[in-house]
Design a protein around this ligand. Structure first.
Ligand code: NAD
Ligand code: ZN
Length: 366
């Protein structure tokens, strides 16, 4: 088992990464001296696969655990489901020292975390992420929340878990497309922070695609350590945390103009990161060979690197970028790479460069 400490002083916590950790979740919670009562929040797919392991493990460790499963999918990350979860918390008589376990992907983690942050003004929270994206990204860093009809993640809080338990065996049952999508975030960590990780991904992508445990646990450990380190330096998103958004300005806009239907998040940010790499070549000195290496890694992970847009769609994309939560006074700022492993943030980029980065993807004719 590997252990990464997220060093946030009194709010610091461990991320445990390894095989077959879920049945032992109860034992880990005993060490944290939580109260007796626990509510496991999951989704229907994950609850069917892993719910009983977790609930039984909690019972063996002496906890009184109930499970509540929301429907699977992004739609379920809603205030309506927060309300339903509050009612389950009340019915199961959770108290201030009780705890909530999020068992599932990022949807479950964000929703259950928001419930934990707000029920009784905050109760203990444990993350048991079961998707690659959740293990390397959403379960680390303490951002929790839900969507509104007006937009994604508009209601939320910063609320750190007490423990994150990444059981890599769960990744075996993920759908192929979802799994690849998670790899886009792993590749991002290499580009923004760690040339050595990037090199390892280049060398071992085939083993990673086969979901081999050895390489998976190393890569997840390194990804969590990087996110933890960035979050330590900037817990509430005042500065450095922006680097985690490499490729996301364009990626989010692409998700928005396709009504969140066409691309998975990882696919949209793979395209976004390629466009950001080209922008970096134009404006931050990223070498042509690094741009090629980045493209090759995304391709070897089976991720898209290009998008062909009509004139109208390009306009929509630029407008969507300006609506991004992180834009202030209408100025879009980009994270740009100087070389693989090193980025700078807050770079203002003229619209014509963004357009060029989007279009050079499919030949220089447009
Ligand atoms: N809080 C943050 O910092 C942060 C960061 C990134 C993303 N997010 C959020 O995360 C969400 C996306 O997370 P996600 O990609 O994990 O999606 P998800 O939670 O919807 O999971 C994807 C699908 O995989 C299924 N699934 C989950 N684990 C499985 C397993 N082990 N085997 C088989 N099927 C499994 C789920 O039922 C679901 O259908 C978004 O809502 C996004 O906003 C949050
Ligand atoms: Zn992302």
């Amino acid at each position: 088992m590997r252990r990464v400490r997220v060093p946030l002083g009194k709010r610091g916590y461990d991320i445990l990464i390894g095989e077959n950790l879920l049945p032992g979740l109860g034992a880990h919670c005993s060490r944290l001296r939580f109260g007796k009562r626990a509510l496991v929040i999951s989704d229907k797919t994950v609850a069917r696969l892993y719910g009983s392991q977790v609930v039984n493990g909690l019972a063996e460790a002496g906890f009184e655990a109930a499970i509540h499963a929301i429907p699977a999918g992004e739609q379920a990350k809603s205030l309506e489901n927060v309300q339903v979860c509050y009612e389950r918390c009340a019915k199961h008589r959770l108290e201030r020292n009780s705890f909530i376990v999020a068992l599932g992907g990022g949807v479950v983690g964000d929703l259950a975390g928001f419930v934990a942050a707000t029920y009784l003004r905050g109760i203990n929270f444990v993350q048991a992420p079961t998707t690659l994206l959740a293990q390397v990204d959403s379960s680390v860093g303490g951002k929790v929340g839900v969507n509104l009809p007006a937009g994604k993640n508009l209601v939320g809080a910063f609320y750190q878990p007490k423990l994150v338990l990444c059981d890599i065996v769960t990744l075996k049952t993920m759908e192929e497309r979802e799994y690849r999508s998670g790899l886009a975030e792993v590749i991002k960590y290499g580009i923004i922070y760690d040339a050595k990780l990037f090199g390892r991904l280049e060398k071992s992508m085939d083993r990673l695609m086969r979901r081999e445990e050895g390489i998976l646990s190393r890569v997840i450990e390194r990804s969590c350590a990087i996110k933890g380190e960035v979050v330590r330096q900037d817990e509430t998103e005042g500065g450095l945390r922006a680097i985690l958004n490499f490729g996301h300005t364009i990626g989010h806009a692409l998700e928005a103009i396709s009504q969140y239907g066409k691309y998975l998040h990882g696919e949209a940010i793979a395209i976004g990161q390629m466009a950001a790499a080209r922008l970096s070549q134009m404006r931050a000195g990223l070498s042509a060979s690094d741009v090629r290496r980045i493209k090759t890694v995304f391709e070897s992970a089976g991720l898209p690197t290009e998008v062909v847009l009509s004139g109208g769609e390009t306009r929509d994309l630029l407008n969507a970028m300006k609506l991004d939560k992180k834009v202030s006074n209408g100025i879009i700022k980009f994270v740009l790479a100087e070389k693989i492993g090193k980025v700078k943030f807050g770079c203002e980029v003229p619209e014509k460069s963004v357009l060029a980065a989007l279009t050079t993807a499919h030949g220089r004719h447009s």
